[in-house]
Design a protein around this ligand. Structure first.
Ligand code: HEM
Ligand code: NAG
Ligand code: NAG
Length: 321
């Protein structure tokens, strides 16, 4: 920056550096002038939400994933259905499962009170996912910002592009590959299942019919998940059996012990291409943390709306008039 004599040159040089460093048009300093207290507001509201319900950290991390995999990270998942608009909330992977829409509303209200009309809902979701991770003990990262909000949503893409818990390894790799993410990034991102919970209907087949599962673990989970479809469907069990409220590396040793809760989890350690990486993450937590943070930034870069595309929604649930 020795040649930074004039303010304009500095600004151009800095914005060039940040846009190349983050591989897109997003930059962590996007709101530095327009909303300097943004990150503090998000963090404070997330702390309150997590103090009231510790699972909320996990729920907002997942909400970001489901936003980014449909039309990119554009807040499309937040749009409510109306008489004339069909959103993503009733899609199979989201209905009766995605939590935290109310927390996003609360953050948005607190942000609007200080910086009206400036911060997108899509960026709030990205920050809330990072803070949920950090507040539960996980790694931190600078969140590239500058996304704008969609004016559309896609129920059909939500149903087709978000991977199902019954997926095999090759289908998981394909679905992440379709979003520009590698198999290794998929394995790192799946470590998010070190926190949070799943419904019986999402792991019933795995605990009754699969053979790649520790029999004692299968019996334990069968205790709260009856075999008959339709009975106990919404019963909850932790994705990480010991510490579902702590973002640690335990997801991976669980897989080594064949105690993955979802069929898709155990696919990552099942004699296939991801076995070696699962072994590595089990023994080197710092490697998992840094790969997870890097993959979260990359997932957050999926097709953002930037510049004058899209809009800054006033209410995260509805497109501006
Ligand atoms: C690899 C493919 C993936 C599949 C098949 C999958 C599937 C699932 C399913 C079925 C649930 C339980 C939902 C329920 O029963 O209500 C769940 C929960 C969760 N997922 Fe994933 N997931 C995947 C990847 C990811 C990724 C990439 C992230 C974030 C980076 C993530 C974060 C979470 C979190 C935090 C929860 C717990 C949410 C809560 O307790 O509210 N998942 N996932
Ligand atoms: C994996 O799942 C896909 C989609 O259900 C299926 O087409 C494919 O045959 C499966 N692959 C293997 C190796 O089982
Ligand atoms: C297990 O597999 C059998 C045969 O495919 C099927 O009829 C049954 O519904 C499955 N059970 C569960 C709990 O998924």
């Amino acid at each position: 920056m020795a040649s930074c004599f004039r303010a304009l040159h500095c600004l151009l040089a800095l914005s060039f550096l940040s846009s190349t460093a983050y591989g897109g048009q997003l930059t962590p300093t996007f709101y530095a002038l327009s909303c300097p207290t943004l990150e503090l507001i998000v963090r404070t509201t997330m702390m309150k939400a997590i103090n009231a319900d510790r699972r909320m950290g996990a729920s907002l991390l997942r909400l970001f994933f489901h936003d980014c995999f449909v039309q990119g990270c554009d807040g499309s998942i937040l749009l409510d259905d109306t008489g004339t608009f069909v959103g993503e909330k009733t899609a199979g992977p989201n209905a009766n499962s995605i939590r935290g829409y109310d927390v996003i509303d609360q953050i948005k209200a607190n942000v609007e009170a200080v910086c009206p009309g400036v911060v997108s809902c899509a960026d709030i979701v990205a920050l809330a996912a990072r803070d949920g991770t950090v507040l539960l003990g996980g790694p931190t990262w600078a969140v590239p910002l500058g996304r704008r909000d969609s004016t559309t949503a896609s129920l059909s893409q939500a149903n087709s592009d978000i991977p199902a818990p019954t997926s095999n390894l090759s289908s998981l790799i394909t679905k992440f590959g379709n979003k520009g993410l590698t198999a290794d990034e998929m394995t790192a991102l799946s470590g998010a299942h070190t926190i949070g919970f799943a419904h019986c209907e999402d792991f019933r087949g795995h605990i009754y019919n699969d053979t790649d599962i520790d029999p004692a673990f299968a019996t334990l989970r069968q205790g709260n998940c009856p075999a008959a479809s339709g009975s106990g469907d919404t019963n909850l069990e932790p994705l990480d059996l010991k510490t579902p409220y702590v973002f640690d590396k335990d997801y991976y040793p669980n897989l080594l012990g064949k105690r993955g809760l979802l069929h898709s989890d155990q696919e990552l350690f099942n004699g296939g291409s991801q076995d070696a990486l699962v072994q590595q993450y089990s023994t080197i937590p710092a490697l998992f943390f840094s790969d997870f943070a890097a993959a979260m930034i990359k997932m957050g870069n999926i097709s953002p709306l930037t510049g004058s595309a899209g809009q800054i929604r006033a209410n995260c649930r509805v497109v501006n008039k």
